[in-house]
Design a protein around this ligand. Structure first.
Ligand code: MTE
Length: 318
């Protein structure tokens, strides 16, 4: 339920990144700096086989984004995933270790001033990073609450400089069936693709996520770069992005390609619009016995409801 005078997504500050994560970062910095004098932190990290972006974590918390429920335990979130490239069960954490996330090139193309191919480690240092607590609601009617670290998508769009004809952004995951055996299953329309309108993308909420729980994002959550759109069902949050294209036409998405009658382009959370095969009225909160009522736009209506004025004839909630 919404608490008076507090937005629906608020939670106590005490639920933020654990101190141990912060302290680990400090000890890494101290140890690394002593190991190779004169090296930059990313160089030290690479020499140690660690993630070259480790020095960026934990990122500054954006205190405006708080919740109404405890943060889901890290282990739980890390072992209950959807990543069809590595299998269709929730137990894909081990299989997804096959994901080779370095080197990782991101292509920015389509209707932009200057199409670009850029290494992920360069990209992440060109743009602002922050940590936000968000609720996350899967279309399968389970939910969690997670501290994501990421680049506000709005800042990325400004960096990409789209041309005026660009109306949508299309996101694409890698395609490599030898690395990701799920992609050998030809009945899926690989690669995984998703899309947003430019208006949605430049709203304050969407994040291009690079980290979780105060650390670089692990494989099973979509390393090294994924989308998070907290007011939409989780399938919109495409993982392991290699290509971001600015386009004039609405892109066809992975799930639309598979089953358009059940999974559409908009996929905004709405408890009153059931999935054709189950209710969306409530959600199972991971790690608890709680079944909570689902909120319109997952509780983020204040930020996003205005985006859909005039679009009422669209299937906005599927
Ligand atoms: N992205 C890719 N590339 N492949 C996927 O299978 N699954 C989606 C989304 N992004 C998926 C994906 C679905 S259905 C959900 S609910 C979320 O990722 C799950 O994110 P999580 O595993 O980090 O909780």
């Amino acid at each position: 339920m919404l608490i008076k005078n507090r937005p629906g997504w608020e939670m106590p500050e005490s639920q933020a990144t654990p101190e141990s994560v912060f302290l680990n970062r400090r000890s890494f910095m101290a140890g690394g700096a002593g190991l190779i004098a004169g090296s930059t932190l990313p160089q030290v990290a690479a020499a140690q086989g660690a993630d070259p972006t480790l020095d960026l974590y934990p990122a500054k918390k954006n205190a405006a984004y708080t919740l109404d429920r405890p943060v889901t335990e890290e282990d739980l979130a890390a072992n209950y995933n959807n990543f069809y490239e590595f299998g269709t069960s929730k137990d894909v954490a081990a299989a997804s270790k096959k994901l080779v996330s370095r080197p990782w090139t991101v292509t920015i193309d389509g209707m932009v001033e200057k199409p670009l191919e850029i290494g992920f480690d360069d990209l992440v240092r060109k743009l602002p990073l922050e940590e936000r607590l968000y609720r996350f609601r899967c279309v399968e009617a389970w939910s969690m609450a997670v501290p994501w670290t990421g680049i506000p998508l709005k800042a990325f769009v400004a960096f990409a400089k789209p041309l005026s004809g660009a109306k949508y952004i299309r996101f694409e995951t890698f395609l490599n069936p030898r690395m990701a055996s799920g992609q050998s299953q030809r009945w899926y329309p690989w690669p995984y693709t998703e899309g947003l309108t430019i208006a949605e993308a430049t709203n304050e909420l969407p994040l291009l996520v690079t980290g979780i729980y105060g650390k670089p994002i692990p494989a099973q959550h979509g390393a090294p770069l994924r989308l998070i759109t907290p007011w939409k069902y989780g399938f919109k949050s495409v993982k392991s992005i290699t290509k971001i294209s600015f386009v004039a036409e609405r892109p066809k998405t992975f799930w639309e390609g598979l089953q358009a009658s059940e999974y559409g382009f908009w996929a905004n959370v709405n408890p009153e619009v059931p999935h054709p095969r189950w209710s969306q009225a409530s959600e199972q909160v991971l790690g608890t016995r709680d079944r909570k009522p689902t909120l319109l736009f997952n509780g983020y209506g204040e930020q996003v409801a205005g985006l859909y004025k005039g679009l009422e004839s669209e299937r906005l909630y599927m």
